[in-house]
Write a protein that binds this ligand. Structure first.
Ligand SMILES: Cc1cc2nc3c(=O)[nH]c(=O)nc-3n(C[C@H](O)[C@H](O)[C@H](O)COP(=O)(O)OP(=O)(O)OC[C@H]3O[C@@H](n4cnc5c(N)ncnc54)[C@H](O)[C@@H]3O)c2cc1C
Length: 463
């Protein structure tokens, strides 16, 4: 057998499963079709760590509650910023109030603690900048924010350091059952393994018995606001659907604010701006850093173990709270695997991400210390986000290092500022080409078809 376990998909679920399994004496590989892990939906994400209050489905609420409880310890251990900022679910009218009361009773039955029904006056005391008519709100101290791709990368880096092989740029074509395990066929190789964990949502291989259709879909249109946007809110805010739009605002761990509207139809920029202003007042458009639109799902997530006796587990479904559920899903999948395969806990498992410096968060004294060690930390490349050459080089050379401009962006924060990379983009491309020993014309933004420089304007035999 080539491997004991093959994990298909390098999204946040695949990376979390790889991390949990890397604690055991197993020969593991993860196969991802893109150039980088966490390259898919994890970037476009509202970053909320839910607590099961808002969730209609009891099973999904349970997964959220379990995941939520794990975040404090997990984020400290694997060095990923996480903030329990709290949330307010706001009722604007009698109809909303009834829904809120039911939500509160349901949450108490679910055993969720630290939740309170607040009067409108209490809400305005907590959030004086609110623009809407609040009649009541459900306040939760449990809800938090995390950076989903940072979490996925941290999981991936630790798994990599503990021996998981990451096979990037390799697409799974099929999975076949063989006498003592599986044959996984990719566009480049054929691997045999004892167990397969499939975390590629929407993919169906010949071993799969049922096709999954995603139907519980709505659309999220949102703005990321500049860090100096005035009129900040401390809590995550949600409106209910009473006035036929669900608005939310999130204070992200990076210090920006994200404001979004969730609707059945896709909204354009101006409609989104209008709807969001109903909650937080007029937005100065110069303070809008980015506008995204993305489908949002609320399917039931199923850990399909129907073929576990043969060695196949599939994580099916898409849900708006899947990042929250990730630690609990990964633990459950891992427990199933280790009870079906012969292995022991590794004695030399290193449960730590390799250290890195965030120049913008350091004191001048600390900055000077690291510049003395490596002068590339004294060369600012992204002036908006204060990211240095040293950090970019580290992002490329670290375990599972960045191979694309998008990968550097996620690892360091470059180009997230208000110039969107107009000043630093070409410098980043040059560093990436130099560090990976590639031609500038071979550097990509994120995927195969995203070359940044298509070719030279003039070719000379000698320069
Ligand atoms: C708009 C939006 C906002 C969200 N906000 C939140 C939030 O606030 N809080 C929260 O908890 N959750 C949130 N989520 C949910 C969460 O971001 C996603 O559900 C989660 O990132 C999905 O992770 P995944 O690993 O299951 O899937 P993916 O990220 O899709 O990963 C699957 C991976 O498999 C790879 N792959 C696919 N096919 C193949 C193949 N054939 N071969 C090899 N590799 C393959 C893909 O390239 C991909 O990297 C949000 C989701 C969306 C869309």
């Amino acid at each position: 057998m080539d491997y004991d376990v093959l994990i298909l998909g390098g999204g946040i679920i695949g990376c979390a499963v790889a991390y949990e399994l890397s604690k055991y004496s197993l020969n593991i590989a993860l196969i991802e079709k893109d150039y980088d892990i966490a390259d898919d939906v994890a970037l476009v994400n509202s970053s909320i760590v839910y607590d099961g209050v808002e969730c209609e489905d009891t099973l999904m609420a349970k997964l959220e509650m379990m995941g939520n409880k794990m975040f404090d310890e997990l984020s400290t251990r694997i060095d990923v910023p996480f903030k329990r900022c709290g949330s307010l679910i706001i009722a604007e009218n009698k109809e909303d109030e009834e829904r809120l009361n039911k939500m509160y009773e349901r949450s108490i039955e679910r055993g969720i603690k630290n939740i309170y029904l607040l009067s409108s006056q209490e809400v305005y005391e907590l959030e004086p900048n609110l623009n809407i008519n609040v009649s009541k709100a459900l306040y939760s101290k449990n809800t938090g924010v995390v950076c989903p791709y940072d979490l996925a990368i941290a999981y991936g880096e630790i798994a990599f350091d503990n021996g998981v092989k990451f096979r990037l740029e390799e697409e799974v074509i099929d999975i076949q059952k063989i006498t003592k395990g599986f044959r996984v066929i990719t566009n480049k190789n054929k691997f045999t393994c004892k167990m397969v964990i499939n975390t590629t949502p929407g993919q169906n291989y010949s071993i799969d018995t049922s096709e999954r259709i995603y139907k519980e879909k709505s659309n999220l249109s949102y703005f990321v606001l500049e860090k100096d946007y005035k009129g900040d809110f401390n809590n995550i805010l949600f409106t209910l659907n009473g006035l036929r739009r669900r608005i939310l605002t999130v204070p992200t761990v990076q210090g920006n604010m994200m404001v979004a509207v969730n609707t059945k139809d896709v909204l354009g920029y101006s409609e989104t701006l209008k709807k969001i202003s109903e909650l937080i007042g007029d937005i100065d458009e110069n303070k809008i850093n980015a506008f995204y639109q993305w489908p949002s799902y609320k399917d039931t997530i199923i850990i399909d173990e129907s073929l576990v006796d043969k060695g196949y587990i599939k994580v099916v479904g898409k849900h708006y709270g899947q990042v929250t559920m990730t630690p609990s899903i990964a633990k459950m999948v891992c427990e199933t695997i280790i009870s079906n395969i012969n292995c022991v806990l590794k004695k030399d498992f290193i449960d730590k991400r390799r250290d890195f410096y965030r120049f913008r968060d350091l004191s001048n004294e600390d900055r000077n210390k690291i510049i003395k060690m490596d002068k590339r930390y004294g060369n600012i490349i992204c002036t908006c986000q204060k990211v240095t050459e040293g950090e970019i080089v580290d992002a490329i050379r670290r375990p599972l290092g960045a191979r694309t401009v998008e990968g550097i962006k996620r690892r360091t924060g470059v180009t997230f500022g208000n110039c969107k990379g107009s000043e630093c983009f070409s410098k980043i491309v040059k560093i990436l080409a130099r560090e990976t020993d590639k031609k500038i014309t071979d550097i990509v933004k994120d995927s195969k078809n995203s070359k940044i420089v298509s070719g030279r304007i003039k070719e000379f035999s000698k320069v």
